[in-house]
Every structure is written in structure tokens, then in C-alpha cells.
Ligand binder design. Sequence first.
Ligand code: ATP
Length: 291
Amino acid sequence: MDEITLKALAKINLGLDVVRRREDGYHEVRMVMQTIHLYDRLTIQKSQTPGIQIHTNLSFLPVNENNLVYRAGKLLMDEFGITDGVTVNLVKRIPVAAGMAGGSTDAAAMLYGLNQVFDLGLSRRELMERGVKIGADVPYCIMRGTALAEGIGEKLSVLPPMVKCPVLIAKPSVSVSTKFVYQNLQLDANTMHPNIDALIRDIRKQDLDGICADTGNILETVTIPQYPVIAQIKEQMIKSGAAAAMMSGSGPTVFGLFRDEETARHALVDMKSSSLARQVYLTNIYNNRRK
Ligand code: ATP
């Protein structure tokens, strides 16, 4: 095989709690991760020119070692002494720096793709072990589906698949620094934590109403006061009939869960005409895991 084209799928957080701040500055989290069918496209080609060449449709993205695709490639190519080169064409649709693990899922696709193209024989678990060296979310992006992520996000437990439903994605034109959000998170006796255990019970019961009632993201307490447009997008989604609307990760992307396709399609039109968001997509829950 000389070439492979892969979908690198985005994630949303159906629930996100921060349990505590560790001595070393990292935060212990409990997150319910869910893959959605919104994706970047990665074409990986063997080439005669040594090294990793990356081409992308977004001119502001780095194409050197600051791109997670490059880091993923270098990690495997160094380990396996691969002297051929690779050319990667990365078509990005997942909003960048937006709480949807865009970079991590591209890195995951690169690991998966190089394993195929160079016939390295690594199992999914072995790819996940390498992925964590690139970022805490990468192992999850290799696995996909519904999962509980704990620790700093790298400890994964498989959950039963989430109820399939339409998902509206809206990203306003503000940039959020993940570091700023975590640094400004207040964790004390007054902090309201989302009930992740209740959310997991709802998922096990396939209870979409329960899921919608129990979604929660503790990071909204930092990001929303900073960027009120996030609250406006949530309100707009609810007004259009979303069963739940919440920020993903550290934001600013908001996702809405819908009970039916028709309401979701109208909500897409409403969101576009509101001009609250710069990137708007209608997609759905994706439950297939990688083998
Ligand atoms: P998370 O949900 O894990 O917080 P994110 O959506 O906040 O991820 P990314 O889209 O992964 O963040 O991008 C964060 C930063 O990483 C960007 O500023 C970008 O320059 C850099 N980056 C490196 N590689 C990539 C990539 N392949 N795609 C997008 N961003 C990348």
C-alpha cells in the first residue's frame, strides 16, 4: 500500500468535570467523551523525498514539528527506522483550538495510517500507548466511541454507545486558551460539579432525556463569563428546539443534541442566519470503534 485516506473524527464532551488540581499543576478530570461524524481528511502517501511533508488548506496552521501530525509521524518513523518519506495532505474542517480535539484526532489518524502504509503490525493498544506521548486525548481518538476519560484524560474506560441523535456544532469567532481556562477555574466548596455518574447511568439506559438533563461542563464557569457569545449560542440552540446545548472541552465550540432530524435542520438554518457563529455544522453521533 502506497497511499491511504482517512477520516480523523472530532469529539465532544457530553460531560466534563475537574475533580482536583494536582501538586504538579495538572488537573484531574472526569470526562465523558463522544465521537461525532465531523472530520478532517488525511491522505498519507509514501514518497521518495525523505522526511514528513505536510500540506493543509489552513494557511495559519504549522506544517513543521508544531503540527501534531508531524510529531505522530516522527515518533513512529524514528522507532521503526523508516527512511522513506511521507507526504500528508490534511483537509481541516474541525474548528481549530475549539475544544474538539482536532489536533489530537489528526495525530491519531497519522499513527493509524502509518501503521497500515508501512505494515508495522502494531495493535490498537500499541498505537494508543504511543499516542499518549503526543497528547492525553490521542489514545481516545485512536479508540473512538463513547468513553469515560479520567486521570489527566488518558485513563480510558469504554462505555456503552451513546444514543444516536443529530448534533449541531457552532463555533464563534473567538479563540480560547485552554491554559487560561484551567488556570482560572475556581475549585472550592461552592463549586457546582456536573454529575458524571448520573450521566453514565443515563447512557447505559439509552435515556436521551436523562442524558440531556445531566450533561454539564465545569469549564463553562470560566469561559462563558469571558465570552458571553457562548451563552447566546446555547440560548439560540435551545430556542430552536435542542434537547441540550453545551460547550465542548474548554470551548468555545457549543454543541446541541436534538431528538429529531427535522428540528436539527431548522436549527442549523437559524444558527447560520443568527451570525453568532463562524463555523456551523450539522452532524451526528458516531459509535464505531477502531479495531
Ligand atoms: P482539545 O479539544 O484537545 O483542547 P483543541 O480543539 O483545543 O483541542 P486543536 O484544534 O487541537 O485544539 O489545536 C490547538 C493548537 O494546536 C492550535 O493552536 C494549532 O496551532 C496546534 N495544532 C497542531 N497540530 C494541529 C492540527 N493538526 N490541527 C489543528 N491544530 C493543530
